[in-house]
Design a protein around this ligand. Structure first.
Ligand code: FAD
Ligand code: DLZ
Length: 510
């Protein structure tokens, strides 16, 4: 029986389920760089380079290993511009008994592939993606009957299931499940943040950089200073670099932001985990071993593992439980278009400028920049979820719909009515001041609220609180905010709301 096996650009591992029981002597693998996948959003140029180069390296590895593999390189004039067209052509040439693939991570493509058995006239076997700890069904079973889903409880299940940081009696190592309270230190330059891991582009990557610069030059960002790993071996080195140099401080400074440092103590591993170059559980196991060896404290290691087997698995579960309706949610009724400075970084708000500029240069910004700066601003300004989701999907090297959408639509925009998070992560400039040194370099003054040079986050925060009273006043976690707002003098409230209205009218000039 000859199978045609499709491997997608984010499935770059020999343990992908599509290859289970595959037969080198009869099956053919197909991988394709296609226009439709490269252009369904304004993908950052570095994401395109990462994926195309990693795909080419992985295909070479499979061919060296003896596989019959058809590979299409990107060219704007290719006859086949979609995965379906490439597969249809291969079905015609190879006449397989069936097509085998691993379920993909995006509803958009999943909906297409689910129809291929009809459009291509060949059976299509779509296998579960075994790279996740929880299957879609397992998550659905856990979620069933719960009105609100809380990551913390799901995370504990994942700790039990994987045994990560669990002692012999089935108790969490160190006595606590969660050390988040210890992970909120501001970073003032000490200890020095490690230089990020870098790999210099090889000939394959340089060819892809040329291709992207020539044919995909209208995409966001830059290919300059591309230094991501593009093979599993190099991604392993990136992991080792993180464990040795950044993990020990990951916990303490997890929520910190800096005017000078783009990466701080973050792992910068999501681009590799999401495209298959690193296995998420193996990554967690390495981190756990660092704690057992005494190389990193428990607040760092637990915090890191929680992000992967907790948040990462949790958002994926929510995505598949509620798509495609989830993508259309807009419970706060937002209508504002995304301000243009999200694409240019051209704003006098220092924290926004820094986060967007890092995003433009690196196809990366760390979690707190995404959540509490660019995300927080979009929430306070009432940007349409659709617009801000598309921005996040485009600009990061790790962005795929299954992980981007719940983080943006649910966690940041609260557009799902609080299904994913119990309260919106809305914050004034004070939060940014507390966690960073941006404010001291900012045109706007964080300790002012109503004046012309006052930090926009301050008035916008109160405007958000005021305009969403019906949505949040009864939320027990928001009660204090409403009491604070109600305590303010009417003239003060009026001045804050007026300042916010002016900011919103002139939003493009901020
Ligand atoms: P670290 O801070 O070192 O964290 C370790 C790992 O934990 C990450 O590599 C990632 O695999 C995982 N992780 C951490 N937080 C989350 C989370 N909330 N959801 C899922 N995984 C998590 N992550 C993506 O992988 N793709 C996205 O498109 C994406 N979009 C986001 C959009 C917004 C608005 C927000 C608030 C978060 C988003 N995240 C996304 C989650 C998180 O910000 C990134 O995973 C993280 O910044 C990646 O950098 P890192 O590898 O240095 O992470
Ligand atoms: C993101 C992406 C890009 C830019 N290009 C390709 C491609 O040319 N070929 C491919 O197989 N996959 C690509 N991908 C990933 C897919 O668009 C999609 O996001 C994932 O496969 C979903 O799991």
């Amino acid at each position: 029986m000859a199978n045609l096996i499709l491997i997608l650009g984010d499935q770059l591992t020999p343990v992908i389920s599509a290859l289970d029981d595959a037969d080198k002597s009869s099956d053919r693998i197909v991988m394709a760089e296609v226009h439709d996948e490269a252009s369904y959003t304004n993908h950052h140029k570095k994401k395109l380079v990462l994926l195309f180069s990693a795909m080419r390296h992985f295909a070479q590895r499979l061919q060296d290993d003896g596989w019959d593999l058809h590979y299409q390189r990107y060219h704007p004039d290719n006859k086949h511009q979609s995965l379906e067209a490439v597969i249809a052509d291969q079905v015609h040439a190879f006449k397989p008994e069936r097509i085998v693939t691993t379920e993909c991570g995006e509803w958009r493509l999943h909906a297409q592939i689910s129809e291929w058995h009809k459009t291509l006239g060949v059976p299509v076997e779509i296998r579960p993606d075994s790279r996740f700890v929880a299957s879609k069904q397992e998550f659905a079973d856990w979620a069933e009957g719960r009105k609100q889903l809380r990551m913390e409880f799901f995370y504990r299940e994942m700790r039990r299931k994987t045994g990560l940081l669990m002692d012999a009696d089935g108790k969490p190592e160190g006595g606590e499940w969660n050390y988040d309270a210890d992970n909120r230190r501001k970073w003032t330059g000490k200890p020095a943040a490690p230089a990020p891991f870098r790999i210099e582009p090889d000939a394959t990557t340089r060819a892809v950089i040329e291709l992207v610069d020539e044919h995909l030059s209208d995409h966001f960002g830059t290919t300059e200073d591309f230094h991501f790993a593009v093979t599993a071996e190099d991604a392993e080195q990136a992991l080792a670099h993180f464990i040795d140099f950044a993990l020990p401080c990951f916990g303490d400074f997890q929520d910190a932001m800096s005017d000078d440092e783009d990466w701080l103590f973050h792992s910068i591993l999501s681009p590799y985990i999401n495209c298959g170059l690193l296995d998420p559980l193996a990554v967690c196991e390495e981190a756990a071993q660092a704690w057992y060896r005494g190389q990193a404290p428990i607040n760092a290691v637990e915090g890191f593992i929680r992000q992967i087997i907790g948040w990462r698995e949790f958002v994926r579960g929510i995505y598949w439980l509620h798509m495609p309706d989830y993508a259309r949610e807009n419970r706060l009724g937002n209508t504002r278009e995304l301000p243009w400075f999200y694409w240019t970084g051209d704003t006098r708000m220092r924290c926004m400028h820094k986060a967007i500029d890092a995003t433009r240069r690196n196809a990366y910004a760390h979690h707190i920049q995404r959540l509490m700066v660019t995300g927080n601003f979009a929430l306070l300004a009432g940007v349409k979820p659709e617009d801000i989701c598309d921005w996040y999907l485009a600009v990061y090297a790790d962005a795929y719909d299954w992980v981007e959408l719940p983080n943006v639509l649910g966690m940041v925009m609260h557009a799902d009515g609080g299904y994913l998070g119990s309260k919106p992560y809305a914050a004034s400039g004070k939060y940014i001041q507390r966690m960073s040194d941006h404010c001291s370099n900012c045109h706007y003054k964080v300790n002012k609220s109503t004046e012309d040079d006052a930090c926009p986050f301050n008035a916008l925060y109160w405007h958000f609180i005021d305009r969403h009273r019906d949505d949040f006043a009864k939320n027990p976690r928001m009660g204090m905010m409403y009491r604070n707002w109600d305590k303010q003098k009417p003239e003060r409230k009026e001045a804050l709301l007026q300042r916010a209205e002016q900011l919103l009218i002139n939003i493009e000039q901020l």
